[in-house]
Structure formats: structure tokens, C-alpha cells
Design a protein around this ligand. Structure first.
Ligand SMILES: [Mn+2]
Length: 270
């Protein structure tokens, strides 16, 4: 009988930034991580922004990432169920990857019930109040008109434009996000609002680029998966509980003299 009893969650690998060498290094780290979970993973959730840019043309896909893609194929062939979310950087996945990995592709949110826990999953972009400009952009980028237009550009031009656009992002300028207090955590606030209507044990998001584990009430927590440029952070569900973990890295917060983000948050209360 297999001992596959863990569920893994990660997001924001941003493969492709900042340059080829750094991306290859990060890809190698991710491949080592995937190797390390291969024996005990039942499922793997990749919660968006796996690629810094991705677009599937009808008969072509972007170059690169072959070790990562190969490793995902290996995990899938070993019986691990893979679920991929569209992020704001890689929303243009249309079926190629989920076909190759026999994976489920999620456009927005997904609610799962595993190990007796109810979990709300979303990349995290365009949620809550504000960010009106992005919400309009997201609608446009996701429209079949926009995708059809983009696919008409020669890939050298289309992907070229996309890479220039992506280099303007904070992450590619190697900035590390910082915790600014629980009130400022809009995804935590968004989760709290959702809890008014419906119970979830966990909310798991990416997008924030900061590993976070915030208690929302007696029985609910908000987990942010962080990113893999600075933190190598991921979450694992085992025996009905979700833990934030760090691959080949010190936990976030260790540098600030605190053990975890929860104690960081406790200090800021009252
Ligand atoms: Mn991201």
C-alpha cells in the first residue's frame, strides 16, 4: 500500500525571471523539491504564477523549463494528482499542460475538502476591494478577443513584449515583500469577509509573495504560500493540518528574531 498521504501547495515560482541563469538555478531547486515530495505526495497544487510568462499558441509553447516540466510529468506518471491554477502572470494556459500532466486547470477559485478540512484556494489576484485597474485589465487579458489578437502576433514579438512588461514587476527587480501588519493584509481581510457567509478551515493563496500564516478566528487560518525567489516556501496538509515549510531555507521571520509570522503578528496586536 502506498504511503502517499500528504497534500502539497506552492505558487509563484516565476520561472523565467530575472534572467536565464537565475531562473535555471531556481528551476533546479524546484526540481529537487519535487523529488523530495515524490514519495509521500498524494496531490500537488500549483497555485499560480508558476511561470513569469506563459502563452500557449495553438501549435507552440514558450521555450525553456524542460527539467521542471519533465519532473511534473514524472510525478504525474507516478500517480500524483496535479492541479494548476492560472496566476496573473500565467493566465494564458489553455489545456496543453493539463493534458500533458493529466492535471486539472483552475481559472479562479477552487474549494476542496481533504483530510476533513474545507479549504478555499485562489491565486489571490483581483480579490477584495480596490485594484480596479487590474480587475479591468484581467477581464481584458482573459477575453477570447485579447487572446486571439495576441496569438496573431509572431511569438518572437508577442513573447518579447510580454517579457518587457513582466520586467517592470516588483519581483523581477528582486524586491522582497514585507509584512506591514495584519490590517494591511487584504487577502486576510477578504478571507474574514468570506467567513461571515461560510466556514472554511483554511484559505490558501499565492500572489502576496510573502509566506504568512494568520489566524482568522478559532477555527480558520489564512496561509500565503510566499514565493521561490527569496523564500522557497510551500505548504503541506498532513493529518488534517496545514503547515508552512521552507525548502533549503530558513523560515521567514527567523532573520527578524521571531520564529514565525504568527508571533510577529501577535506582537502587533492590541
Ligand atoms: Mn506572483
Amino acid at each position: 500500500m502506498s504511503n502517499r498521504n500528504k497534500i502539497y501547495f506552492a505558487s509563484d515560482f516565476h520561472l523565467g525571471v530575472s534572467n536565464y541563469e537565475l531562473s535555471r538555478e531556481r528551476e533546479a531547486t524546484i526540481v529537487r523539491w519535487l523529488d523530495s515530495i515524490k514519495e509521500d505526495a498524494a496531490q500537488l497544487f500549483l497555485v499560480g504564477d508558476v511561470f513569469d510568462f506563459w502563452f500557449e499558441y495553438k501549435r507552440a509553447v514558450p521555450r525553456g523549463f524542460i527539467r521542471f516540466l519533465g519532473k511534473l510529468a514524472e510525478l504525474s506518471d507516478a500517480g500524483i494528482k496535479i492541479t494548476m491554477f492560472k496566476g496573473n502572470h500565467d493566465m494564458w494556459m489553455f489545456g496543453y499542460l493539463n493534458k500533458e500532466f493529466d492535471a486539472t486547470l483552475v481559472s479562479d477559485e477552487l474549494v476542496i475538502e481533504l483530510q476533513g478540512k474545507k479549504i478555499y484556494l485562489h491565486h489571490g489576484d483581483g480579490l477584495g476591494p480596490g485594484d480596479a485597474k487590474y480587475k479591468i485589465l484581467k477581464k481584458f487579458f482573459r477575453s477570447s478577443f485579447c487572446q486571439w489578437m495576441f496569438a496573431r502576433l509572431h511569438p518572437n514579438l508577442g513573447i518579447g513584449i510580454a517579457l518587457v512588461w513582466s520586467r517592470r514587476s516588483r519581483l523581477s527587480q528582486a524586491k522582497t515583500e514585507r509584512f506591514m501588519g495584519e490590517q494591511q493584509e487584504w487577502l486576510a481581510n477578504y478571507s474574514k469577509e468570506m467567513l461571515q457567509k461560510e466556514h472554511f478551515d483554511y484559505f490558501i493563496f499565492g500572489h502576496r509573495h510573502l509566506p504568512l500564516d494568520i489566524r482568522l478566528n478559532e477555527s480558520s487560518r489564512y496561509i500565503n504560500l510566499g514565493e521561490w525567489l527569496n523564500f522557497n516556501s510551500y505548504a503541506v496538509l498532513e493529518d488534517g493540518e496545514v503547515f508552512l515549510r521552507y525548502f533549503e531555507k530558513e523560515p521567514y521571520g527567523a532573520h527578524n528574531g521571531v520564529n514565525d509570522t504568527e508571533s510577529l503578528i501577535d506582537e502587533k496586536k492590541d
